[in-house]
Design a protein around this ligand. Structure first.
Ligand code: COA
Length: 262
């Protein structure tokens, strides 16, 4: 539903606010669609000189909606999925993107930050990419970009062990630019966006293009997406999503044992 993403233009700044706080801003297919459209329009609209990504409530986002994942795993997914369009629009965006990240940023909530140009966090921010805990694999080119940013050992810890990174550590590891008090996050983000918006846009866009290898990122995302789709359809993933819905821990061991037990 479109009210789950608030789109607001203030002068040269477009703010996209995730607005599903009762579900920790978990991202549905419809939300990806709105975000993809808004980012694509922003790239075409000369009046927009900077984009802010933010979330309402206590979390940035709990990542992809797990009920949506379950529907896909059961073959009941939507006929048109918007997530790839969102990731393409984000990863290939020429306009600068500033993210305001309070509380939890899970899965794609963290990997999307690898495509933002300025990331502001608070001491309470928790970045996690627990893909393997959900029997999934990294997406949004994070299989390459995360380790390029923070090194393989830390990236493996986040993706495979589910390590959570707090705001101060995010700055220390180069995942975020600034860690500010929660009450200052919105103002600080707007101030940074305003500062960027006042810069010569042609030079900002050209610099972004030089600093990001769009073709490489797009090809990695395609590769990840094939494996991700396979994993989504796996019994392991179904068990992970079912366990979340039933508020219990997943049991992967009995799955692994099944072929040998009969
Ligand atoms: N998809 C769908 N619903 C989600 C969600 C998600 N990714 N994350 C949270 N929610 C829902 C919960 O089901 C709950 O709904 P309910 O009130 O109807 O039961 C509500 O949001 C609040 O979440 P809750 O689990 O009660 O809050 P918490 O503070 O105890 O835990 C999280 C927050 C984010 C740690 C926990 O909800 C979680 O682990 N979510 C899944 C995150 C995830 O794996 N995302 C995908 C990554 S690829």
């Amino acid at each position: 539903m479109t009210e789950h993403v608030i789109t607001a233009v203030d002068g040269p700044i477009l703010t996209l606010t995730l607005n599903r706080p009762d579900k920790k801003n978990a991202l549905t297919n419809a939300m990806y669609g709105v975000l993809a459209d808004a980012l694509a329009q922003a790239d075409q609209d000369d009046r927009i000189r900077c984009v802010i990504l933010a979330g309402n409530g206590d979390s940035f986002t709990a990542g992809n909606d797990l009920a949506d994942f379950m529907s896909i795993a059961q073959g009941r997914g939507p006929s048109v999925r918007h997530v790839a369009r969102f990731l393409d629009a984000l990863a290939l965006a020429d306009k600068p993107i500033v993210a305001a990240v309070q509380g939890l940023a899970v899965g794609i909530g963290t990997t999307m930050l690898l495509h933002c140009d300025v990331v502001c966090v608070t001491p309470q921010t928790r970045l996690t990419t627990p893909f393997v805990n959900l029997a999934l694999v990294p997406e949004a080119a994070s299989s390459l970009l995360l380790q390029a940013r923070i090194g393989y050992a830390r990236a493996f810890g986040m993706i495979t062990m589910g390590d959570a990174i707090d705001g101060a550590t995010a700055v220390q590891w180069g995942l975020a630019r600034e860690c500010v008090a929660p009450g200052e996050l919105a103002d600080r983000t707007r101030a940074i966006a305003g500062e960027i918006a006042a810069k010569p846009l042609g030079a900002v866009r050209a610099s972004k293009r030089l600093m990001r290898d769009g073709a490489l990122i797009a090809s990695i995302m395609r590769r990840e997406s094939d494996v991700f789709a396979e994993r989504l359809a796996s019994p392991e993933a179904r068990e992970a999503f079912q366990a979340f819905a039933e508020k219990r821990k997943p049991d992967f061991l009995s799955l692994a044992c099944a072929p040998h037990s009969g």
